[in-house]
Design a protein. Structure first.
Length: 293
């Protein structure tokens, strides 16, 4: 009888894991969400409400500035549907508004950002907490650029625990600093849709113009050599310790960020998928073991 139950559990695991690989929540996107509730704040409404996923992907991307987190977040978003939530994008959108529309805390934050320093934890956390609806979104999320300090990671954990939300994984991208400097030096961003290019590695079809929306490409203020140095130092001092924090929580997935973006993405996706299949199989087996007893 017990063996028969275990055989049933095995069949269930195989069918559930197969459904994880084929499920609708990893189909490619047809439309892109404008993420208004994240970029502008909770009073704004997203253009598209993401479809609820059976098992939403809740990811954090870690890695030094310029390693390619934003590029990978965009590719992951297209495959997993979860929204790309970048704290840097929120600050840059606020910086593009008229000065009279910027709060004193935001003006101060933009000063830190220009110099390449981290914005104080209290400002960042107030901004993220205000947008906690995005973390609760049934479509899941891909956090990029947050958390960046242990204090931010602990605040996020506390909030997620209290809301009953579970992180799927934390992906850490690794690349030698010399290559990072080349990536940041050549980065160009569209002023309208925020698509990221690189002058030699990912050039637009027409110089200075976005392939997607014809917007103008600009160089970020914090991609100047003096800011790059400050940003890399801030990363080493404040963000690198998060690798150990998430490793100890059993959530870390480590990825080498060398090679073409599509190859790095496939590698990331394969690892995430394998992790998810293991997690689902484990849950099914535990549930069956409980029933067998
Ligand atoms: P943020 O916007 O988060 O910037 P960042 O973490 O410094 O990361 P970047 O956007 O510079 O790089 P990325 O890893 O996304 O690389 P990308 O894909 O663009 O933060 C900016 C500032 O805001 C901070 O300095 C801070 O002041 C403030 N801030 C934000 N969040 C904060 C927080 N939580 N706490 C405190 N302060 C905060 O790629 C880079 C380039 O490389 C591109 O040109 C791209 O086309 C190219 N590229 C990408 N992949 C490849 C590849 N595989 N091969 C070749 N080229 C590639």
């Amino acid at each position: 009888m017990r063996c028969h139950m275990c055989f049933e559990a095995l069949v269930l695991v195989i069918s559930v894991t197969a459904s994880v690989s084929w499920s609708p929540y990893i189909q490619p996107m047809t439309m892109t969400n404008n993420r208004a509730a994240w970029i502008e704040g909770p009073s704004a409404q997203c253009e598209i409400t993401p479809e609820p996923a059976l098992l939403p992907w809740r990811l954090i991307l870690l890695g030094a500035p310029g390693v390619g987190k934003g590029t990978q977040a965009e590719l992951l978003h297209r495959r997993l549907r979860a929204c790309h939530l970048s704290t840097g994008d929120v600050f840059r959108a606020a910086g593009a508004r008229a000065e009279c529309d910027q709060s004193p805390a935001m003006k101060e934050a933009l000063g830190y950002m220009r110099r390449g320093e981290l914005v104080p934890d209290s400002t960042v956390w107030a901004m993220v907490r205000e947008r906690k609806g995005c973390l609760q979104c049934a479509g899941g999320f891909i956090l990029d650029g947050f958390p960046r300090t242990l204090a931010q990671a602990e605040s996020l954990k506390e909030l997620m625990d209290s809301e009953g939300l579970k992180l799927t994984a934390v992906v850490n991208y690794e690349l030698p600093f010399s290559e990072i400097v080349v990536r940041m030096g050549g980065r160009r961003t569209c002023d309208k849709c925020k698509t990221v290019y690189h002058v030699t590695e990912r050039p637009p079809r027409q110089e200075g113009k976005c392939d997607r929306c014809d917007g103008k490409l600009f160089q970020r203020e914090d991609d100047r050599p003096e800011s790059i140095k400050v940003r890399l130092e801030a990363y080493e001092r404040s963000t690198a310790p998060l690798i150990e924090f998430y490793r100890n929580l059993g959530l870390l997935v480590e990825i080498r960020a060398t090679g073409m973006p599509d190859d790095i993405f496939e590698h990331t996706f394969t690892q995430l998928e394998a992790r998810r299949v293991r997690e689902v199989a484990q849950r099914v087996l535990v549930a069956h073991a409980d029933r067998c007893e």
